[in-house]
Ligand binder design. Sequence first.
Ligand SMILES: Nc1ncnc2c1ncn2[C@@H]1O[C@H](COP(=O)(O)OP(=O)(O)OP(=O)(O)O)[C@@H](O)[C@H]1O
Ligand SMILES: [Mg+2]
Length: 222
Amino acid sequence: MITLEKVCFAYEHEVALRYVDLQIEKGDSVVIQGPNGCGKSTLIKLLNGIIYPSEGHYFYKNHEITEKTLKDRQFAKWFHQQMGYVFQNADTQLFCGSVEEEIAFGPVQMGLPETEVRQRTEDCLQLFGIEKLRDRPPYHLSGGEKRKVSLACILSLNPEVLILDEPLAGLDEKTQDMLLEFLQSFHKAGKTLITITHNRQLAETIGNRFAVMNEEHELKMI
Ligand SMILES: Nc1ncnc2c1ncn2[C@@H]1O[C@H](COP(=O)(O)OP(=O)(O)OP(=O)(O)O)[C@@H](O)[C@H]1O
Ligand SMILES: [Mg+2]
């Protein structure tokens, strides 16, 4: 479903990915680990079509993902609906006036009927136990609350592939357990998960394939 062929990426002065090959099948749960600064977040920005390979190729369901192919609005819409990406820093993801609007934003953009939007919004508020926050502006929430809201926003889109960058960071134990359970059921439902984490328990609980990046910005399956 996802294929990377000899993908390289460099920021202005900084190499972040070096000849990365990766093959992910539908239903895989891939866990990516590696030291700070090795390029993990860069890799998933690339998978999500936020940045593009400077060398090599990225294919999603046999479509090459490039700056050019994502300029086609219909193709871009299809692609972004498939991919749910939870940022490492929740702040960059929240911009609506209230938590409720924030969660409904994606489903509204997808053009879903109002009843479906309302249903999904309620389900996600409930899943994360954040019904009480529904009228609050997301920007003033605590770190953990923001993280719950950003997860709820992504899940309201019911994506095919869920990409998580340190999903447990900053969450209390109860929320961590709830999220773990959710991720396991998401995987059991045949969906594809890509998770970056430094948390060994999370890796062992949800992963069925494991990759490690090293300080040379290379990726190896283990
Ligand atoms: N926007 C940017 N501009 C320039 N350099 C960047 C940018 N983002 C990341 N880098 C650099 O690219 C390298 C890889 O960064 P990346 O964020 O992918 O690492 P990471 O593996 O996710 O690290 P961490 O475990 O700390 O989250 C680092 O050296 C980082 O300083
Ligand atoms: Mg990172």
